[in-house]
Every structure is written in structure tokens, then in C-alpha cells.
Design a protein around this ligand. Structure first.
Ligand code: DGT
Ligand code: CA
Ligand code: CA
Length: 365
């Protein structure tokens, strides 16, 4: 089957969150600063919205310089923890779009505002379906978090990542295998994900400016300058070839199942019976890989399609189904006491996975 990978990058992330939180800032140039804590504006620009970018303000420049470029701009301090909590919810949404139950990881978060999703199975390798899925993701993030993102879709991570930065903000760019060559050829080599200034400069000295130049260059020459590994990688990247799999950050892998309830309901027994079945699947999967878990997360989606999640972290890693059911029952109880809108779907997920060392009983927990 044709592989399809989707990459999401949130637009002007920190500044977008600030803009969302203070609607009166809408339309103004917003600059989010890492303040050094000494005096006034000493520190560097962390990011800024597009209105500020029109004045030439950029991430990394001193805030005092940004202030000179646009004295009217609104300067705000970074609130990293808050952005992280927004990011966590976005990652939650994204995760729900990945291929379920494939061998290997189907989700990879690469920074606070970026992630890869493996969607080959879910789209049947069809780039038109992938486009629809991308639009759906954009809508859901807009609806739930009132933020925009830019999406790239390609036959691998390299191309998906490069595609997402082609149209920004609020863009979506598809590069199917048929479009690959036309997409890559005219780009400067520095646009290749993984080629930094140093490599680009060396390539330029070899007369290699565009990706097309690189693709046509003798591999032997590349290897003699960059070594076997890097030389081969460059040649392949120029042809848009990248076989690297998605990889969850260590310790962030999760195993989960989600299902639609037989009817929209707030009936504890009915919901518990579905959760029990899902928990059984999760335990089977853990057993087959000899894993234990420490974090239990329950997700509910109500009949208005609002999604809620709650997690519990245990003191020790465990692998027993009783514990999973007990903890998920407690969380479900909390949900039911707080919600009046009927549930439509429920999901259960475990994280904090590690290799099983000997079974823990309910008593230990
Ligand atoms: P974009 O993606 O071009 O629409 O704009 P951003 O702001 O999302 O930029 P991105 O994706 O490179 O970075 C994501 C967030 O990471 C950004 O909102 C703030 C933070 N960040 C980026 N560059 C820097 C930097 O140079 N310094 C600091 N402190 N934070 C940065
Ligand atoms: Ca971004
Ligand atoms: Ca980013």
C-alpha cells in the first residue's frame, strides 16, 4: 500500500494562543518575548504573529530591536506551561486521527507545536482521502481550540514536513508521489529538512544550489565530501526518498482503544461494559509486548462531539486488568458526576509504558 504521512505545524503558536486568550489583541502585532528578568525588554523574541512579521520582526531577535521595528506592537512574556497544556490537548486530537493497531508507532510529536501522523491505512494510500482528513483535522482544531495550523501530506516524513511549511498560515499542501519531482526540483537545498547552513554552504561550493542539482550529482562525489552515511542520505533526500518510521518520544508511547456506545447515554453500567471490553483489548496488547503501564487516561466524547479527557498516574507500573478497570471506573464516576450531556464515545488509554518486571497485584497498587 502507498504510504501516507501527515505533518501538522501550528501557526505562530505562542502568539496565536495569546491572541485567542485576549480577543482585544486581534489584528494587532503581537510579540511573545523570553524576558531575561533584568530590565524592561531585555531578552529575545520567542515568536510573533503575522501582523508583527510584516514589520520584519522575527523569532530570536532582541526584543528591543523588535520594539524599534514596531513601537505599537504588544509585547507579552512567554507562558510556557500554559502553551504546553494547549499543546497537550491538540496532540490528543491529532493522535485520534492516526492509524490504529499498526505495527510500530503511528504518532510522533516533534516539538510543542508539531507532529507526524501515519495515515496510510486509514486513507488506503489515497491522497484525496488524505486531503479530506487534513481538512477535518484543521476544522476540529479550529472548533475545539480556536487555533489554525498548516498541514503537509506526503509519501514520507521528509516530504510531509517540507510540504507543511509551503503554505502558511492555515494552509494544506499535498505532495503525492506523482507530484514529488516537480515539488522538490526547484527548491534550494537548504529547504531540505535536515540540511543546515553548513551543509548548504559546502554544497554550494560544489555548485549544487537546487534539489535538482543535488539529485543529479554523482553520489560518489557526495560520499567523498560528506562520508558514506550523510552522502547517501543527501542523494536519497534529493529524490524525496525517506523510509524512516514514526517514533514516539521515549516513554510517551500509549496504547488505547476507543469505541462508539450503542446509544448516547449516561448509564454507568452500559458505559462500563464497553470500557471493560476496550480495557481487555488494551491488556491483550500490553501482554503480547510484555509491557506494564503507569498512566490511565479515559476519553469521552459527548453527543455534541465535545471531547474530555482525564488521567490518573499510579505509584507503580502495573499490568493487571483489575487495576485498569478499577481506575477507569473511578475516572468514569467523576465524569458522570460532572456531565449532564450524554456520552457518545468512550476511550481508554494507558501510558508510561515499560517492560514488565514481575507482576504487581492489586494489593501492591
Ligand atoms: P509558524 O510555524 O511560522 O507559523 O510560527 P511559530 O511561532 O509556530 O514557529 P515555530 O513552529 O518555529 O515554533 C513554535 C513555537 O516555538 C513558537 O510559537 C515559539 C517557540 N519558538 C520558536 N522559535 C523560538 C526561538 O527562537 N526562541 C524561543 N524561545 N522560542 C521559540
Ligand atoms: Ca509553528
Ligand atoms: Ca514548529
Amino acid at each position: 500500500m502507498q504510504r501516507v504521512v501527515l505533518h501538522v505545524d501550528m501557526d505562530y503558536f505562542y502568539a496565536a494562543v495569546e491572541e485567542r486568550e485576549n480577543p482585544e489583541l486581534r489584528g494587532k502585532a503581537i510579540v511573545v518575548c523570553m524576558l531575561s528578568g533584568r530590565s524592561g525588554l531585555s531578552g529575545a523574541v520567542s515568536t510573533c504573529n503575522y501582523a508583527a512579521r510584516e514589520f520584519g520582526i522575527r523569532a530570536g531577535m532582541p526584543c528591543t530591536r523588535a520594539k524599534k521595528l514596531n513601537p505599537e506592537a504588544v509585547f507579552l512574556p512567554v507562558r510556557k506551561e500554559f502553551y504546553t497544556s494547549v499543546s497537550d490537548r491538540i496532540m490528543e486530537i491529532l493522535r485520534s486521527y492516526t492509524d490504529p493497531g499498526i505495527n510500530g508507532d503511528s504518532f510522533e510529536q516533534i516539538s510543542i507545536d508539531e507532529a507526524f501522523l501515519e495515515i496510510s491505512e486509514r486513507t488506503g494510500g489515497d491522497f484525496n482521502f488524505a486531503f479530506d482528513l487534513g481538512m477535518q483535522i484543521k476544522r476540529e482544531i479550529k472548533e475545539k481550540e480556536n487555533l489554525t495550523c498548516s498541514i503537509g501530506i506526503g509519501p514520507n516524513k521528509l516530504i510531509a514536513k517540507m510540504a507543511s511549511s509551503t503554505k502558511k498560515p492555515d494552509g494544506i499542501t499535498i505532495v503525492s508521489p506523482q507530484e514529488l519531482e516537480a515539488f522538490l526540483s526547484p527548491l534550494k537545498v537548504s529547504r531540505l529538512w535536515g540540511v543546515g547552513d553548513v551543509t548548504a554552504k559546502k554544497l554550494q561550493e560544489m555548485g549544487i544550489i537546487t534539489v535538482k542539482d543535488l539529485a543529479e550529482h554523482a553520489i560518489i562525489d557526495l560520499i567523498s565530501t560528506f562520508g558514506k552515511l550523510r552522502g547517501t542520505w543527501l542523494k536519497q533526500a534529493a529524490a524525496g526518498i525517506d523510509g524512516s518510521p514514526l517514533k514516539e518520544k521515549d516513554g510517551s508511547e500509549q496504547i488505547g482503544r476507543i469505541a462508539t456506545l450503542p446509544e448516547d447515554t449516561l448509564d454507568k453500567e452500559l458505559i462500563s461494559s464497553v470500557l471493560e471490553r476496550l480495557a481487555g483489548d488494551v491488556i491483550d496488547k500490553l501482554d503480547s509486548r510484555e509491557l506494564s503501564f503507569r498512566i490511565v487516561t479515559i476519553t469521552v466524547i459527548n453527543s455534541n462531539f465535545k471531547m474530555y479527557t482525564k488521567s490518573r498516574t499510579l505509584n507503580h507500573p502495573v499490568s493487571s486488568k483489575e487495576v485498569l478497570l478499577q481506575v477507569s471506573g473511578e475516572i468514569l464516576g467523576e465524569f458522570l458526576s460532572e456531565n449532564r450531556t450524554e456520552f457518545r464515545r468512550v476511550g481508554i488509554r494507558v501510558g508510561g509504558l515499560q517492560k514488565k518486571k514481575g507482576q504487581k497485584s492489586l494489593f501492591d497498587y
